[in-house]
Structures are given as C-alpha cells and as structure tokens.
Write a protein that binds this ligand. Structure first.
Ligand code: PHE
Length: 435
C-alpha cells in the first residue's frame, strides 16, 4: 500500500487543501464570536502574536514529520521511534473527537441553507434555532448527510477526491466571502463594525482572553489533530515547509479577518449585539439577512460559504482517520472510509442529542457538545502540539528535514521547538485547566 501512496498533483493544490483544512467554522463562526466576546481588536493582536510566534512551530513540525516519513500519524511517529506510536494514535483520537461535534454543526448549516431556499420566514430567530437543535431526529439526520458528503471525497482519495473538493470549494468560498464583506461594509454605520474590530480597547486585556486567543489559534490552524501531518505526507520532496507554513497562516488570517469584516459591520449597522456567543452565526446573522434587500439570497450564499468552509476542514479530519485505518489495519480506502463513517455517526449521536433529549446529561457539568469541544481545544490539541515539538526537537535530526539559510535561524528554531514552545504551552494549558 505504501508504494503507490498518492501525492499532491501540484503545489497549489496542496495549499488549497491545507488552507481548506485550516479555514473552517473556526474562522467564520468561532473567530468572530470569540473576538466579539473578548472586545475585538485587543484579542486580534494577542491572537496574531500567538499564531506568528508560537503556533507556527508545531505547524512546521507536523508538516515536516509528515513530509519526511511519508506516513500517516501512527506510522510517522513509529518511524521516528517505535515507542512513540501511541502518540500517533492520540492524534487520530483527537481528530475523531473533533469530528463528533464539528459534523453536527455541519448538519445545522445544511438546514439553514434549506430554510432560506424555501424562503421560510422566521418569527423569532433565537427560539427557532434553539428548538431546531433540540429536535431528536432532523439535526442528526442532517449530520449524517454532511458526513456522507465528506466521506465521499475522502473515499475517492487524495487526487480524485480531496483535491477535487478543495479545487471547487475554496475559490467559490473566497468569492462569496468577498461579495458578502463588500455588502456588509456598504451598510449604513458599517464603519462602526470595522472600528470595533481594529481599534483596541485595552481594558479588555485579561488572562482569560489570552487563553481564549491561544485556544482559537490552535483550532483555527488545525494544529494538534494530525491533519497537517497527513497532508504533509503527500507533499513532494522539493516543497519548502517553512514558506508553506507561513502561507497557510497568512491565508487563514485573511479568511478570518474577511469573516469579521463580513459580520461586524452588519451587526453594528442593525444595532445588534456583537457578543452573542455561538448563536452569532445562526441567530444574529439570519436576523440581519431577514431585514436586508435580497436577504434570502444573501443568506443562502452565506450558508453555502459556511458549508464549504466546514466541509474542507471536515475532509482533513476524516482523512487523518481514514489514512490511519488504511495503513495500520491494512484496509482498502473504501473500507477505511466506511469505518470512519460508522465511528463518527455513533459519536455524533449523543452530541446532537445534547441540545434536546440528552440536555440534562452532564459530565463534569458539561453537555456532550461542550465536553468534546473542551477536551479537544483545551487538552488534546495543545498536548499533541507539545508532544510533536518535543519529538521533533529531541528525536529528529532537524537539519536533515528542514533547510536553514543561516545558523542563527537554526539555533533560534531549535531553542523554540525544544524548550520555549513546549514550556509556554504547558504553562498555558495547565493554567487553562485550573481556571
Ligand atoms: N481549523 C478548522 C477550523 O478553523 C477546524 C479544525 C481543527 C480542522 C482541527 C481540523 C483539525 O474550522
């Protein structure tokens, strides 16, 4: 199976896929509402600081280990040292747990495309959303629809499926985002939204905000779930990792900023609240679209955008799992993709029901949805990143994998990867858990 391992057909298709993985609900849904909650511009600066200095390191490690070993997570760690195989599995588990709630939100998006398509007018957006997610069957069935679409691309393989999906979805996605951002800025009072985003309010600085910025940086760059490692393993020999890592970061940030520019001017223009939390996209925005000319059309565009963003990320999550089952259980791609379908379908059931039928079931006083989100963003993703930095710094001959223009940059990188990044991440992770 290893001999005929697929590779990206071109550099640009690799970038589409990697950026497609990074840009997702994290940019369009999570970033604006978390930024709204933590006061806009200050959050943005802290967040930028984190992605450029700290997060880029595990990102480089993931791509490098993938590219160097040409294996998925478990095999890749095993090549570095057979004793490390277990840590590869933790990445696969992380991707599986993220999938269980990410795919549920994917199902909600499909529903919102549908209700706008049939031009269903809502009386109360908030009640509608809350009663929809509490339904026992429909949201779960739509989760399965989303899952089927995703597994379809993964089942078709790297070139015929993953590349194809990203090639169609990423450019369409960017185009829709730009159109909607222009519509939003041209609304009356739209500039207030931009001010909110870019004018810092120093009173909002808090330790909690710093932790939120860190969690967001991991989530948005897809670090710590093995996605970039697997995508890196399909890279061609001549690709430059550091340059690609910064390109991924740059593109991800542009998408997140565009999403903010699409959302906040509209929110301010209609006098709505910028800190309405997770409901921002499913409650506040539909309220805005309902009051705009051509609102249903714009809403359909918006939710298609969200769907594509979610799907391209979901594909990378499913690929981590599929590649691991193919290479470790010696399954065909078809069977491995089928297994991924079954596992996610089972795990997503309690998550979907946690808004209704199982809403009283709490583990550590969290619903299934919140629990899975918390475990992955606050524990597993930072933990995997600490581990990969340590493994890369201490077990891999860095110079064999990465080319450095000068010795100082090499020294700086080694100090960061061996000591500083693992230490900073460990401190922040522990503080986050004790909070
Ligand atoms: N980066 C994706 C987003 O922003 C989420 C994701 C996390 C995808 C981890 C893959 C792995 O939505």
């Amino acid at each position: 199976m290893q001999n005929n391992r697929e590779q990206w057909s071109s550099k640009i298709l690799f970038l589409f896929a990697a950026i497609g993985s990074a840009v997702g609900l994290g940019n369009i849904w999570r970033f604006p509402y978390i930024m709204g909650e933590y006061g806009g511009a200050v959050f943005l600066f802290v967040y930028m600081f984190f992605i450029l200095t700290i997060c880029v390191i595990p990102l480089i490690c993931e791509l490098s280990i993938g590219k160097y070993t040409k294996k998925e997570n478990v095999g890749a760690y095993a090549i570095v040292n057979p004793k490390l195989k277990f840590f590869g599995w933790i990445n696969v588990i992380t991707a599986t747990v993220i999938s269980s709630f990410y795919f549920v939100v994917g199902g909600w998006i499909i529903h919102y495309i549908y209700i706008n398509f049939i031009n269903h007018k809502l009386e109360n957006h908030s009640d509608y959303f809350l009663s929809f997610v509490a339904l026992p069957f429909l949201p779960y069935i739509l989760t399965l629809v989303f899952l089927t679409a995703c597994v379809f691309f993964v089942y078709r393989g790297v070139n015929k499926g993953i590349e194809l999906g990203n090639k169609i979805m990423m450019p369409t996605f960017l185009l829709i985002l730009i159109v909607l951002a222009i519509v939003s800025i041209s609304l009356p009072n739209g500039h207030k939204g931009l001010e909110f985003m870019f004018k810092p309010d120093m009173s909002k600085i808090s330790f909690e905000m710093i932790l939120a910025a860190l969690g967001q940086s991991f989530f948005t760059l897809s670090i710590g779930a093995g996605c970039l490692l697997v995508y890196g393993s399909y890279m061609k020999e001549k690709e430059n990792i550091v340059k690609n890592a910064y390109l991924i970061i740059f593109a991800d940030t542009i998408f997140a900023l565009l999403a903010g520019i699409m959302i906040f001017p509209a929110v301010f223009s209609f006098g709505l609240k910028s800190d309405s939390g997770a409901g921002l996209v499913f409650i506040t925005l539909p309220k805005i679209f309902a009051q705009m000319p051509y609102g249903s059309f714009l809403a359909i565009l918006f939710f298609i955008l969200l769907l594509f963003a979610a799907l391209t990320s979901a594909i990378s999550l499913a690929e981590v799992q599929t590649a691991a089952y193919i290479e470790n259980f010696h399954l065909s791609r078809k069977k491995a993709a089928g297994l991924v379908f079954v596992i996610i379908a089972i795990l997503a059931l309690p998550v979907s029901l946690s808004f209704g039928f199982l809403s009283n079931v709490k583990i550590f006083s969290k619903s299934f949805f919140d629990l899975f989100d918390f475990i992955t963003s606050n524990i597993l993703m930072p933990l995997n990143s600490i581990i990969i930095c340590i493994i890369f710094g201490w077990f891999v001959k860095i110079k064999k994998v990465l080319i450095f223009k000068n010795e100082y940059i090499y020294k700086l990188f080694s100090v960061l990867v061996k000591y500083i990044v693992p230490l900073v991440l460990t401190i922040l992770m522990i503080c986050g858990l004790l909070k």
